[in-house]
Design a binder for this molecule. Structure first.
Ligand code: HDE
Length: 699
């Protein structure tokens, strides 16, 4: 029987704590949750070697009792997410506009926690679902926690919180069958949309490649609603929050998304994890669109309507700070799962507007946290507690409470002169917005134009992006069983763009166009295109943060791989090796290069660009592998830049003989490195859009 000894040490919080060590190995001793050292963690206590388990086995009961209660309810929306720690640095002093702590001084640092998410899928769904992404940021400021709970799309489906449960019910799994999971491509969603014309602007974004981002690192974030900034004198400035990724915008193709979901359902979380743990820290600039009441009054749309943007050409977003994600969480549950974002977590200097969706959110989020985390004391958890400043109040007790105030007094005011007091000067004061009117349930007239900005979004896209929107709609509506739903959506699209509606109707095989949907307001044709709305016009100009997948086979040119790796690394990218077998391949110097993927486990959809370096020994065998053929065929069809050396046989076997175009670089031709440099610098453009194939969009 093992024995143990106990030793007294200081715990991390300074107090004495018992640390048990096993006598044999000196390792931490395994204990029950009461701290009793466990002698045997493999066998229950039984009456006789083959007899029944005894009720008194408190060790077994303690262990299984806890296990049985490990799950907490997943979020009703945004269940699947991934979080990271970060730091926000102020780059512009905004003290004349807001007294919000993070913006008081250039160079000021504020700790943050960020959680990215999909919306519709459950916690175990896949990362590349076509879906809006959540982009929620908690600032631990020295005047309290501020949560900016946004999305990667600047508008929302609905104008009023009253509609949210219906919208979410419609998009999530149908209640009788429990599917589809993480898919808006079903009747209920499109049926609801067809009856909710205010959604059409968001639908255009949703059907664009914004909803299949390449990485969390390559998407924008938006606060969506109009908020207020309040300065020390109490003056208000309207504001819209934008996060602009320094990595540039980038999305995958739908065909890639479908395949990535199979090959690596955790693609986005793995990507962020790898970036954080290899020091490639992603950054976003926080940019503000700030405006006053005069602009609000003169703007074509209501600034309280969350289905509208303010075009960047009208109010340019001004950079005021940079967010750097610099640390991965060391425990998923304690941080990513237990983080509790609430829109009503604001700090002095930040205030709400009367946007009816925002107002409804402010009611909702506390309920969710209580339901999920089970206690009003969720603010005491490490990830949720204010870190930049202390928390002092007379709240007490409740489930799982710790740190109640000591002493006799638990109320305020008190004559004992004990405990914290309110501070009218420093404390949060709501903006004194004048309010009047009868109690009504009426949507403002100024919210009635549902199509003009949807059209503006569509005409701002490149031809390739427009085609992607059309084919996304064709896919989604093609999965609807109800012809009336398909017809109704095409009817709405006629109010946005006739060519789009016609192209979609053709794609769906509709014999004739349905009539346009009834519109509360005619669509404005005069809103100009805005470049900021396109992904392709805002892509990166570097390969930094991207991955080149290099498929190698025995006898490949080792010097060439070294050169290629050097050029990619210099450009800020990474190289990952794929070989016929995970063991690796030998180069022409006889050295074994270990691979990160076998060709079966590392399809080309996982990489931003590819190279195929083959040698005489491996040439025939690789060309004969169907997975290697698919690797190259997919890369080609997806418009990827392709570097190659001795790959003729593989090109031939993949059906690409004679098809190599100027997006394909023969790296074996000259060994002065020029072609390698030209290839890597071209990879910065990410795709060879002029190549026919799936990049242009499926028919
Ligand atoms: Fe949310 N939303 N939401 N939402 N939302 C939640 O809170 C809700 C809305 C957003 O990573 C829930 O903690 C209502 C708009 C993000 O933890 C819940 C309404 C936008 C996240 C909730 C909205 C968002 C949530 C579920 C309409 C974009 C994930 C779990 C009135 C600006 C935060 C939770 C995280 C989460 C309610 C509308 C973004 C149920 C009632 C608009 C990014 O409370």
């Amino acid at each position: 029987m093992k024995s143990s000894e106990t030793q007294l040490q200081n715990s991390t919080d300074g107090g004495p704590a018992e640390v048990h060590q096993t006598v044999e190995t000196g390792a931490e001793a395994l204990t029950t949750s009461q701290g009793v050292t466990i002698s045997d963690n493999q066998n229950s206590l039984t009456a006789g070697v083959r007899g029944p388990t005894l009720l008194e086995d408190f060790v077994l009961r303690d262990k299984i009792f806890h296990f049985d209660h490990e799950r907490i309810p997943e979020r009703v929306v945004h269940a699947r997410g991934f979080g990271a720690h970060g730091t926000f640095e102020c780059t512009r002093d905004l003290s004349d506009i807001t007294r919000a702590a993070p913006f008081q001084e250039v160079g000021k640092l504020t700790e943050t926690f960020v959680r990215f998410s999909t919306v519709a899928g459950n916690k175990g769904s896949f990362d590349l679902a076509r879906d809006v992404r959540g982009f929620a940021v908690k600032f631990y400021t020295d005047e309290g926690n501020w949560d900016l709970v946004g999305n990667n799309i600047p508008v929302f489906f609905i104008q009023d919180a009253m509609k949210f449960p219906d919208l979410v019910h419609a998009v999530k799994d149908e209640p009788d069958r429990g599917f589809p999971q993480a898919q808006s491509a079903h009747d209920n969603f499109w049926d609801y949309i067809s009856l909710t014309p205010e959604s059409m602007h968001m639908v255009m974004w949703q059907m664009s490649d914004r909803t299949i981002p390449r990485s969390f690192r390559t998407m924008e974030g938006f606060g969506v609603h109009t908020f207020r900034l309040i300065n020390a004198e109490g003056a208000s400035t309207f504001v819209k929050f934008h996060w602009k990724p320094r990595q540039g915008l980038q999305s995958v193709l739908w065909d890639e998304a479908v395949k990535i979901n199979g090959a690596d359902p955790d693609h986005h979380r793995r990507d962020l994890w790898e970036a954080l743990t290899t020091g490639d820290h992603p950054q976003w600039d926080l940019c503000l669109q700030m405006f006053d009441q005069d602009f609000a009054d003169s703007f074509d749309f209501d600034i309280l309507d969350p289905t509208k943007i303010i075009p960047e050409e009208l109010i340019p977003p001004e950079p005021v700070g940079t967010l750097t994600l610099d640390r991965a969480v060391d425990n998923f549950f304690e941080f990513t799962e237990q983080v509790a974002f609430c829109t009503q977590h604001v700090i002095p200097g930040i205030d709400f507007t009367e946007d009816p969706l925002l107002q409804g959110r402010n009611f909702s989020y506390l309920d969710t946290q209580l339901k999920r985390l089970g206690s009003p004391n969720f603010s005491q958890l490490e990830v949720n507690r204010p870190r930049g400043c202390p928390m002092h109040n007379f709240q007490q007790d409740g489930q799982m409470r710790k740190g109640n105030r000591r002493g006799r007094v638990n109320y305020e005011p008190n004559g004992f002169e004990e405990g914290p007091r309110e501070d009218p000067l420093k404390g949060y004061v709501s903006y004194a917005a004048p309010v009047e009117g009868a109690k009504v349930r009426i949507r403002a007239e100024s919210f009635a134009d549902h199509y003009s900005q949807a059209r503006q979004f569509y005409i701002s896209q490149t031809a390739v992006e427009q085609e992607h929107i059309r084919s996304a709609l064709a896919f989604e509506l093609g999965r609807c069983e109800q012809a009336r739903v398909r017809r109704a959506i095409v009817g709405h699209l006629r109010n946005i763009d006739e060519d789009l509606a016609q192209g979609l109707a053709d794609g769906l095989g509709m014999p004739e166009l349905p009539p346009p949907a009834t519109a509360a307001r005619p669509t404005r044709q005069d809103l100009p295109a805005s470049d900021a709305l396109s992904i392709l016009k805002n892509g990166p100009e570097t390969f930094a943060g991207r991955v080149l997948g290099v498929l190698i086979a025995d006898g490949f040119d080792g010097t060439l791989l070294d050169r290629l790796t050097g050029a990619v690394t210099e450009a800020g990218g990474k190289v990952k090796l794929i070989a016929p077998r995970i063991y690796g391949a030998r180069d022409d110097r006889g050295d074994l290069c270990e691979a990160q993927f076998s060709v079966a486990g590392g399809p080309s959809v996982l990489f931003d660009a590819v190279a195929v370096l083959i040698g005489p020994e491996g040439e025939a065998a690789l060309a004969a592998m169907p997975q290697a053929q698919t690797f190259l065929r997919d890369a080609f069809a997806h418009g990827k830049f392709i570097g190659h050396a001795m790959a003729e046989k593989l090109f031939e076997a993949a059906g690409l003989q004679g098809k190599a175009d100027d997006g394909c670089f023969d790296l074996g031709l000259v060994d002065d490195g020029e072609t390698v440099d030209a290839f890597v610098s071209r990879c910065a453009r990410l795709r060879h859009w002029s190549r026919d194939g799936l990049a242009k969009a499926a028919p």
